[in-house]
Ligand binder design. Sequence first.
Ligand code: SF4
Ligand code: FES
Length: 241
Amino acid sequence: MTEKWQVTFEVYRKKDNQQPYYEKFELDVNPDEYVLDGVERIWAYKDRSLVFSHACHHSTCGACGMVVNGVEKLTCITPIREVTKNGGTIRVEPMRNFPVISDLSVDMSEFYARMEAVKHQPVVSISEENSKGKIRVEDDVEELFRLADCIECGLCISACPIAATTPLYIGPAVLAGAQQGGQLLNPCVLEMVDSEDGAWRCHSAYECSEVCPSHVDPGWRIMDLRKKVVSHRLKRFFGVK
Ligand code: SF4
Ligand code: FES
């Protein structure tokens, strides 16, 4: 028989210029359902004006990040059983360090724009064999680079204590992206990460790595990025290719 729990969702609400507040919704749930299922049920049966983001429901699109009982979670893979008990409360809030659009939905456009910047890496030349031998067919083109595992959910930024102090900080996901592949060959990316608001701003709190649902380990990547930045700067200084 399916287990049934009664839980209270305490949902952050904010509309336009109103003061934010928390609204309580009582739900009967199966504890093996996910937090996102509960939020969707509130929307479907209790309040159609609730605003939140979601898409894939299987930890791929990165759209359903929220703060659940004070901790950043990808809500489509967070079982209710993991965050409360029968008769307990689940406080659901929008991610921190992003502007709130409405209720649980945040504006991630600035973050996506920064991610785009590190997804392009220069390919110095592409060669091809033909009857005359090896010829160069293209120079200095850019190729879109897939960042290993990152689903661009923004949870790492929400959890980051430095991002909480300044919106100018590039943030863990973007720095983790810049650490991969050959992105630092792109002078724009090198300038961006080797700056006051780049890799040197991080205080190694590792909160980002704690909450990342995709095992990107941005904290480690930022530390490694610093070594790579210094190495690139030295190579440039001494004219080494
Ligand atoms: S690094 Fe991890 S937490 Fe940060 S955006 Fe990518 S997947 Fe999400
Ligand atoms: S809904 Fe796509 S990652 Fe959760």
